[in-house]
Ligand binder design. Sequence first.
Ligand code: NCD
Length: 315
Amino acid sequence: MTTERRHLLAVGDLTRADAERILDTASALERSLDREMKKLPTLRGRLVLNLFYESSTRTLSSFELAAKRLSADTMVLRASGSSVDKGESLRDTALTLAAYDPDVIVIRHPHIGASQLVAAATHAHVINAGDGKHQHPTQALLDLHTIRDALGRLDGVTVAIVGDVLHSRVARSLVEALLLVGAEPLLIAPPTLLPRNVEALGAKVSHSIDPLADVDVVYVLRMQAERMEASYVPSLREYTALYGVTPDRVRPGQVVMHPGPMNRGVEIDPRVADSGASLVTTQVRSGLVVRMAVLYDLLTAPGLHVAPVPVMEVA
Ligand code: NCD
């Protein structure tokens, strides 16, 4: 992770050892959450501030709960209803909130680089919870955790990422994270839904859905209508016919993932989303423990974070 004041702004901030340490911490936390008393005292007295300029269900709720499960205080500021509505700049909002001395600021923002700006403007550890179509590093880590749990390994696992890669921060972060841990990403999309220099991402690319049959993990992306200014596909019906993940396209033994929110009947058939192969709710559970692990990792002095996570209960 970025040294000095440690942040998680992009998957590129992580070494393979960082990623593996966070996943190991997440697994240890997962075991501790099996007990009736779910709260750990680890971050008592710390303040985690969630600053959300874009809508969110899973990411915001899991950061909120992750901080609470570690006994930190939490605050949520959503752009709508705040002074952001009155035109306050991101920097001024960050400086205002920094006056409360938060230990961590979690930020989601439609503009690329927003988390860097907050990291530069405040003394908090900053976690990027999604900046435009750029990065979403905690989503990538929770997806690695989910795959490792389901398949028992990451090295050599083949993952097809299907759909709207062009507008997807999830795809960009996940490809990097998979390459970091020795897994093999394959991007499947029509040419119009791939970035221009897609080869630079380092994944294999297919314009046909046929190679889907050969992978271990089918990772479905949401069609990001809110980021599409022009028409990228002739029609959603045609997209679904060519690239929709339907029961006949999933073979036994494969697992299916989706970061949510799902457009049922567009990129994923409801029969697939609700099947035994689907790990969608497992991903949500992974989101909680992985975000706990990231908070723990950032707030624990370097060198100490390899120590086992304390599982004492709050008195
Ligand atoms: C993703 C996001 O917001 O980037 N959702 C999420 O965090 N679970 C993916 C999406 O919006 O399609």
